[in-house]
Write a protein that binds this ligand. Structure first.
Ligand SMILES: NC(=O)c1ccc[n+]([C@@H]2O[C@H](COP(=O)([O-])OP(=O)(O)OC[C@H]3O[C@@H](n4cnc5c(N)ncnc54)[C@H](O)[C@@H]3O)[C@@H](O)[C@H]2O)c1
Length: 328
């Protein structure tokens, strides 16, 4: 499979990044995009050799070999149903859908159709996390005791984004829950979360959301994990993880030492920190759909991560530990 024609639905922050990756990819020779914002489309068209469709349908009825869904979260489920129905291999940014029941239904529809669907949990394609997974699988850490995770955004998202984001755990921590499952090979079975509002940023109270949280997680083999989450890190975008086992401790994420007691993180936010991972996940998706590699992230993985996020959200609300519901 060469000379691929790929469609991109939604070319905002992440969609334009993925479109650039496609334009640089040796197997892709045609890209058709659609986004309702004319200015966004025009800006990208000036920079890249792309075609612009008249409507999303226009992208799907064409000769596309694959589609990337990178539009606003609330549109994912409807667009994915379309691509599955038309048998078009699809890369869908997280989330698949905005509710857990709809996510489960969509995953079941995709699996029943034998659809090729990859979900955008890019940390799985990051070289540092990949190397750590191999070390875990080779037994270099021995019996896993503990995982410690940190996530801090550069700046809190705007209030209108918060209103439809699903809350801290669904929008932000879902990446942490996914990478924890990926690295350990274990399921997350129980969650206790507590959170508060400290940043003073607008929108959190109105959306009944939290900007600062601590989550404790119990994994299926008995490993414990802790996650501290913040919508504002004065150190910049801060994503860290440490695994401690009977034979070793490994860390990912702090690129610099803690000089003078300060935490240093790479500047530039998620598109800088995970630039290589985003490119690798798209390359992995194209390999997957031409039978040259595994699926970087399945719909089942997306369901599992969201189940944990929903359990954390419930724990925050009730103040009690919550078993992760995998039955629906
Ligand atoms: N995996 C990650 O690390 C990661 C990072 C950023 C964003 N995302 C996800 O990607 C999606 C987009 O996020 P973003 O930050 O790029 O947002 P954005 O607001 O910058 O871009 C979204 C774009 O989608 C367009 N759009 C809206 N409805 C559409 C439709 N029906 N068809 C096509 N385009 C449509 C909008 O006009 C906009 O240009 C979100 O679902 C978000 O959760 C994932």
């Amino acid at each position: 499979m060469t000379g691929l024609h790929v469609g991109v639905l939604g070319v905002g922050r992440i969609g334009s990044f993925h479109t650039r990756t496609l334009a640089d990819h040796g197997l892709v020779d045609r890209i058709t995009i659609w986004d309702p914002q004319d200015q966004t489309v025009a800006a990208l068209r000036e920079q890249l050799p792309i075609e612009v469709a008249e409507s999303p349908d226009d992208v799907l009825v064409g000769s596309v070999d694959a589609v990337l869904i990178c539009s606003s979260s609330a549109t994912h489920a409807g667009l994915l149903r379309e691509t599955i129905a038309r048998g078009v291999p699809t890369f869908c940014e997280k989330p698949l859908a905005t509710s857990l029941p709809e996510t489960r239904v969509l995953a079941a529809v995709a699996e029943a159709a034998g659809a090729l669907v990859t979900v955008g949990f890019q940390r799985r394609s990051d070289p540092q996390y990949r190397a750590l997974k191999e070390q875990v699988e080779r037994g270099e850490l021995g019996t896993l005791y503990l995982a410690r995770l940190v996530i801090g955004d550069e700046a809190p998202p705007p209030a209108d984004y918060l209103a439809t984001s699903g809350g801290l755990f669904v929008d932000q921590s879902v990446h942490d829950f996914d990478i924890l499952r990926y690295l350990t090979g274990q399921d997350i079975v129980e969650v206790y979360a507590t959170g508060t509002r400290l940043t003073g940023a607008p929108g959190f109270a109105e959306s009944d959301d939290t900007d600062t949280a601590v989550t404790m997680l119990k994994l299926s083999d008995g490993t414990f994990a802790s996650l501290t989450s913040s919508r504002h890190s004065a150190a910049g975008y801060d994503v860290r993880l440490e695994l401690a086992g009977s034979k070793g401790v490994r860390a990912v994420g702090l690129t610099e030492s803690r000089a003078n007691g300060e935490v240093h993180t790479p500047s530039g936010g998620f598109l800088t920190r995970f630039a290589g991972a985003y490119r690798a996940e798209i390359a992995g998706f194209l390999d997957y759909i031409r039978g040259a590699g595994p699926n970087p992230c399945s719909v089942g993985d997306a369901v599992a991560a969201l189940e944990v996020a929903m359990a954390a959200t419930e724990s925050l609300r009730t103040g009690s530990a919550v078993r992760v519901d995998t039955d629906g």
